[in-house]
Design a protein around this ligand. Structure first.
Ligand code: ZN
Ligand code: ZN
Length: 423
């Protein structure tokens, strides 16, 4: 008789855990919380961990960077593996028709009442990481080392990982040797998406305040019109990627918000532009930000207007998967799911703050995707070239199929972790 592999031994518990996993997911989905307000979710994580076999004795650190939770499972000698899930939802009115759809409203940072939805699928991350923890605890005879599960707040606000680091993450939790994380993404359910190198873009958001001189709409010659100035600047910013960035590199410069004025017959005195720069290279990001500043100053000078103000905020680094770590995880995912279920990760310009956690310790990491869509629906959309039209992350219609999405998230996390804990 041959011994089952460590992954097979640990994942043997999945059949029994599945009803609990699916109930947990549906409950998290129906109760999303905004970034930094993940109180119920964090409490649910702690309650579920305490209810696990041996969970009462586990080291659980709460309130890291707000609602962040760290769970430490020490199981003999061996490496320490960080497994991370983000917990927050988004201000989106859910329109999926699911019987476990969110009807939640909450107050945002501006004090407005907004609908809340797990529109990015972070509920799948929390549920699958809790399930992976449960199976690893139940199957602790099959591996050796330390698991550090990190439940992170405020990914959608770009600063949850940073908040955990600033709140003493590296002193409050054991130092890991490697960090692993995953995201539910467009793709066939049952598959994962893996790639080494830069897979998620850096993000630098910017705000430009243009100062003109207000006046009557019928006398523009007596005013300096910041609306026309802003319109001209937006067009100029769109030449940065085509004229300033090395054509062998890529970047995105998007102006996502523009605001000025109150009434048709008034030339306002101020206009505000907000946008974002996304790249896979820190040098390209610096080029874009410098060009934005030059364009803003030049635009104001061209109108004889006062100096504009430029602020940058919400910086996120490139998510740059370590090649050796990624190859080790990939081999484990192939062994668990099969070669045809391990697809390439296609960079799409999205950004992530996961890498801030491993960077705080200076440890390598890898981050992969797992598919959310019915495989037949996905295959049909691929044939028709319409995969981009399927409602994906951040859409009010984003509804990952329950299975095999959840099972795949659990199997991927367990198999990849065991590549270090039971090599
Ligand atoms: Zn998101
Ligand atoms: Zn997300």
């Amino acid at each position: 008789m041959t011994q089952p592999t460590p992954a097979a031994a640990v994942l043997a518990g999945l059949d029994r855990a599945r009803p609990w996993l699916e109930d947990l997911y549906r409950d998290l989905h129906a109760h999303p919380e905004l970034s930094t307000a993940e109180h119920r979710t964090a409490q649910r994580v702690v309650d579920e961990v305490r209810a696990l076999p041996g969970g009462e004795g586990l080291e659980v650190v709460t309130g890291i960077g707000g609602t962040g939770v760290g769970v430490v499972v020490r199981n003999g000698d061996g490496p320490t593996v960080l497994l991370r899930a983000d917990m927050d939802g988004l201000p989106v009115q859910e329109d999926t028709g699911l019987d476990y759809a969110s009807t939640v409203f909450a107050e945002n940072r501006q004090g407005e009442c907004v609908p809340v939805m797990h529109a990015c699928g972070h509920d799948t991350h929390v549920a699958t990481l809790l399930a992976a923890l449960r199976l690893l605890l139940e199957g602790c005879g099959a591996w050796s080392g330390t698991v550090l599960a990190v439940f992170q707040p405020a990914e959608e606000q770009y600063n949850g990982a940073e908040a955990m680091v600033e709140d003493g993450l590296v002193d409050r939790l054991p130092r890991p040797d490697v960090a692993l994380s995953q995201h539910v993404l467009p793709g066939p359910s049952g598959s994962v998406q893996v790639a080494a190198g830069p897979i998620m873009a850096s993000c630098d958001d910017f705000r430009i305040t243009l100062h003109g001189r207000g006046g009557h709409a019928s006398a523009p010659h007596q005013a300096i019109d910041p609306v026309v100035m802003a319109a001209s600047l937006v067009m100029r910013l769109q030449t940065i990627v085509s004229r300033r960035v090395d054509p062998t590199r890529t970047a995105v410069v998007t102006v996502g918000r523009i605001s000025a004025g109150t009434k048709t017959n008034i030339i306002p005195s101020v206009a505000e532009i907000e946008g974002t720069v996304r790249t896979y290279d820190a040098g390209v990001a610096a080029t874009c930000l410098a060009a934005i500043e030059q364009a803003a100053r030049a635009e104001a000078a061209a109108w004889g207007a006062p100096e504009p103000q430029l602020e940058t905020f919400d910086h996120l680094p490139v998510t740059d998967n370590d090649p050796a770590v990624t190859e080790r995880a990939r081999a484990a995912l192939v062994a668990e799911l099969g070669e045809d279920r391990v697809l390439p990760f296609e960079p799409e310009g999205g950004s992530e703050d996961f890498s801030v956690l491993p960077d705080a310790w200076g440890i390598p990491y890898t981050y992969w995707g797992f598919g959310a869509f019915d495989p037949e629906e996905w295959a049909r959309a691929e044939r028709e070239g319409t995969t981009g039209e399927l409602p994906s992350n951040h859409s009010a219609h984003f509804a990952p199929v329950l299975q095999p999405t959840l099972d795949t998230g659990v199997r991927a996390m367990v198999a990849a972790a065991l590549a270090w804990l039971a090599p």
